[in-house]
Design a protein around this ligand. Structure first.
Ligand code: MN
Length: 188
């Protein structure tokens, strides 16, 4: 089994002016691709170790590496496919709107919490909206790509707040990036 990088579901410039083509190209083709390569390299090491082709392996470090890269890969796959060309008054409708209202009271209450989560991530990480069939929706901040996930919950919307996601466009103003990002969320 090997991980594969999916092509972007739109052109590099599709999210402009919220996210530039330059960022999208670097972010997808270099950063995301590196997570896929890292995940596959860790898998290969583990396979060789299992088969006896690699006499010695720091299993603990390799598994940590695998966790980081697999989570990075999966969160980016989700990130790309839940964005689209920017639009004004971009709010959820239908089933997702109902679920948000049920779990958070209103869309604006959810938006306030999610934005504050994204803006308050220390260093590199993500704001993630999760869903559990039993317990509804939950917002968490993820450190790096792999720390703080909630077992039993599936990520359904994720905002990358690593500097590589916005620095070329917004410099150190992560808040402006987070506020603008709501225009490109693909709610459907
Ligand atoms: Mn990223």
């Amino acid at each position: 089994m090997r991980y594969e990088l999916s092509p972007l579901p739109y052109a590099y410039n599709a999210l402009e002016p919220v996210i530039s083509a330059e960022i999208m190209q670097l972010h997808h083709d270099k950063h995301h691709a590196a997570y896929v390569a890292g995940a596959n390299a860790a898998l290969e090491k583990l396979e060789k170790y299992q088969n006896g082709d690699l006499p010695d392996l720091d299993v603990k470090a390799t598994l940590r590496d695998l966790s980081f890269h697999v989570a990075g890969h999966e969160l980016h796959e989700l990130f790309w496919r839940t964005m689209q060309a920017p639009s004004d008054n971009n709010v959820p409708t239908g089933e997702i709107a109902e679920k948000i209202e049920k779990s958070f009271g209103s869309f604006s209450a959810f938006q306030k919490l999610f934005s504050a989560t994204a803006k308050s991530v220390e260093g590199s990480g993500w704001a993630v909206l999760y869903e559990s069939p039993k317990n509804g929706l939950l917002v968490l901040s993820v450190e790096k790509h792999n720390l703080n996930h909630a077992p039993g919950y599936t990520p359904i919307l994720a905002l990358d707040v690593w500097e590589h996601a916005y620095y070329l466009d917004y410099k150190n103003d992560r808040g402006a990036y987070v506020d603008a990002w709501w225009r490109v969320v693909k709610w459907e």
